[in-house]
Design a protein around this ligand. Structure first.
Ligand SMILES: Nc1ncnc2c1ncn2[C@@H]1O[C@H](COP(=O)(O)OP(=O)(O)OP(=O)(O)O)[C@@H](O)[C@H]1O
Ligand SMILES: [Mg+2]
Ligand SMILES: [Zn+2]
Ligand SMILES: [Zn+2]
Length: 282
C-alpha cells in the first residue's frame, strides 16, 4: 500500500468554498489514478473477452459533483456528525437531547434509504447545531453514499420566490426555482418559518412539500419555532430563548404543518448557544 496522499488524506477530494457555497474538488492525486492511469477505464476479462468498465475514480467525480450541487453553505463544508460534540448526559443532563440527536443522526446516515425513509425536523433554539447536523448529513449522503441532496434556506427561498413575482430580472421563474427542489431525492429546508413568509409564499412552499409528499420523497428541515404540541405528547422545549412566542403551526400554517409531521419525525435539540460559548472540550 502506498502512503495516503498528503493533500486529501486518501479520500480523493478536498473541501473548500466557492463564494457562499461549499465546494468539493477532486484531489490532484486522482488525475493520474493509480488504478486506471487517468484513462477512467479498467479492463477485466469476461470469459475469453477483455471488457472495459468505468474505474472507481469515475464515481468519485460523480460524488464530488453531487456535493457541489447540494448547495451546502461554505461555512458548513466540513461538518460531520462525529464533529457534533456534547458532554456526557449522565453528568450533564441538559445535554441529553444533544446526545440523543447525535446518536440518531449517526444511525440515520448509515441506514438511510432515500427512496423509502422518514425525514427529520430539527427543532431548537439558535446555535444548538441544527444546521450543523443537516449539512453533516448532506455531506455524508453525497460524498459517501452518492445520493443527490439539496440544501435550501427557507428565508432565502421565499425571497427568491418573491423576486420572480416582483418581475425582477433574476432569470429565475417559479418553476425553475421549485422544480429541482421537488425532484431531488433528499431536500433539507433550513430555518423553516423564518422571515415574513407571506401567505402566498407559504402556498408555494406548501405545493413544493405536497408534491414531495405525494411522490414519497424525503424531507429534512430545521426550525426555531417549537410545535404547539409535540407529536407523541412530548413536552415543548424546556428553554425557549429569544422572543419566539409563535408556534411552528402559526408560522407555517396548519396544512403545511400536518404534511410535515406525516413525512418526518420531530427531533428536539436544546442546550447552550455554541455561537456564544466556545465549544467545550469533553
Ligand atoms: N454540538 C455541537 N458540536 C460541535 N459544534 C457545534 C455544536 N452545536 C453547534 N456547533 C457549531 O456552532 C455553530 C452554530 O451552530 P448551527 O449553525 O448549526 O446552529 P443552529 O442550531 O442552526 O442555529 P440557528 O437556529 O441560529 O440557525 C456552527 O459552527 C456549528 O458547527
Ligand atoms: Mg441554523
Ligand atoms: Zn489526494
Ligand atoms: Zn481511475
Amino acid at each position: 500500500m502506498n502512503k495516503p496522499c498528503d493533500r486529501c488524506g486518501g479520500v480523493g477530494y478536498t473541501l473548500g468554498r466557492r463564494g457562499e457555497l461549499a465546494q468539493a474538488e477532486p484531489c490532484a492525486c486522482q488525475e493520474a489514478c493509480e488504478r486506471c492511469g487517468g484513462s477512467r477505464y479498467v479492463f477485466r476479462m469476461e470469459g475469453s473477452y477483455e471488457v472495459a468498465a468505468p474505474c472507481t475514480c469515475v464515481s468519485l467525480f460523480a460524488r464530488v459533483r453531487l456535493f457541489n450541487d447540494a448547495h451546502i453553505p461554505a461555512g458548513y463544508a466540513d461538518k460531520s456528525v462525529s464533529s457534533f460534540v456534547h458532554k456526557d448526559p449522565k453528568k450533564v443532563p441538559s445535554e441529553k437531547s444533544l446526545a440523543a440527536a447525535k446518536a440518531r443522526f449517526m444511525k440515520y446516515q448509515q441506514s438511510l434509504d432515500a427512496r423509502d425513509g422518514r425525514g427529520i425536523v430539527l427543532v431548537g433554539p439558535p446555535g444548538v447545531g441544527k444546521t450543523h447536523l443537516l449539512c453533516a448529513l448532506m455531506n455524508y449522503l453525497t460524498l459517501q453514499k452518492g445520493v443527490a441532496c439539496r440544501f435550501v434556506d427557507f428565508f432565502e427561498l421565499t425571497g427568491r420566490i418573491r423576486a420572480t413575482f416582483d418581475g425582477k430580472a433574476t432569470g429565475e421563474t417559479e418553476a425553475s426555482l421549485i422544480e429541482p427542489l421537488v425532484q431531488v431525492p433528499v431536500l433539507a429546508i433550513d430555518d423553516l418559518g423564518k422571515g415574513r413568509g407571506s401567505s402566498w409564499e407559504l402556498t408555494i412552499i406548501d405545493q413544493l412539500i405536497t408534491r414531495r409528499y405525494n411522490a414519497g420523497r424525503l424531507l429534512l428541515a430545521s426550525t426555531n419555532y417549537a410545535p404547539e404540541a409535540l407529536p407523541g405528547g412530548a413536552a415543548p422545549l424546556p428553554s425557549k430563548r429569544g422572543a419566539l412566542k409563535e408556534t411552528l403551526e402559526e408560522r407555517i400554517g396548519d396544512r403545511l404543518y400536518s404534511r410535515l409531521v406525516e413525512m418526518a419525525d420531530i427531533v428536539t435539540l436544546d442546550g447552550e448557544d455554541r455561537r456564544r460559548s466556545r465549544p467545550a472540550a469533553r
